[in-house]
Design a protein around this ligand. Structure first.
Ligand SMILES: [Mn+2]
Length: 235
């Protein structure tokens, strides 16, 4: 597999120009969900205490909920922007309140329904889309709509959650629940350029599942997306 270069021609910045560190994996894979969320939240709180910006990599989309708990305790007016193929607005899924299919709903519970914005959702049950339409919280992935939401949240701390399945399965098949009709890297870069005006409080990139794509093209795209996110938000 290729190595990802440190330099981004999109941002004309290099990973060597910014400060970041990799804290390694959290040992949560055998934990019950709530315990795992507490570990993620506690780690994010520690990073915030040090003056850092948490950037979670997953794995299950529920990772985002742990991080948003920490961020919300720090910022009362936190906004969340999700890029995701799925609404993830179910109140429960096969009896589970906390799982990948309810992640956005649980984040909404934390920040409030006017403070969560979902872009790129193209899969969900009718009730989820009706729920989202009524609250004007889900949008097509378009630069105009992204720009509108970015302007509306400017000034507030914003958490960016990137469920990598927002990408089209043609370029990113390496995820658990791939949905046709997604974006490509150029669309993603355009979104990041808009986000670079925001007060970023934290981020994640989740739902990469390398076994779903033995070609490793998805892993390479995920690594590129993470590099671009670091360069967009880092200093
Ligand atoms: Mn998803």
């Amino acid at each position: 597999m290729n190595d990802v270069e440190d330099y981004s021609p999109y941002f004309d910045r290099d990973l060597r120009d910014i400060k970041f560190r990799d804290d390694g994996d959290l040992d949560i894979s055998r934990m019950p969900m709530e315990k795992a969320l507490q570990v993620i939240e506690s780690k994010a709180r520690d990073i915030l205490k040090e003056g850092g910006l948490p950037f979670a990599l997953g794995g299950e989309h529920t990772v985002s909920v742990g991080a948003v708990r920490a961020l919300k305790s720090r910022h009362a007016d936190l906004k969340v922007i999700c890029l995701d193929a799925h609404c993830d607005l179910k109140d429960s899924y096969y009896g589970q309140k906390m799982c990948h299919a309810t992640a956005s709903r649980r984040m909404m519970d934390l920040v409030g329904e006017r403070s969560l914005f979902i872009f790129g959702a193209r899969s969900g049950v009718r009730e989820e889309f009706e729920f989202a339409r009524k609250r004007k919280m889900a949008f097509d992935f378009s630069a105009a709509l992204l720009g509108k939401v970015v302007r509306s949240v400017s000034g507030s701390p914003v958490y960016i959650s990137v469920d990598l399945d927002v990408f089209d399965p043609g370029v990113f098949p390496g995820t658990g629940v791939a949905e046709p009709g997604g974006i490509g890297l150029p669309d993603f870069i355009k979104a990041l350029k808009l986000f670079s005006d925001l007060n970023i409080a934290g981020m994640d990139a989740v739902e990469l599942s390398p076994p779903c794509d033995p070609s490793e093209a998805s892993t390479f795209l995920a690594a590129t997306a993470v590099r671009e996110m670091l360069l967009m938000a880092g200093s």
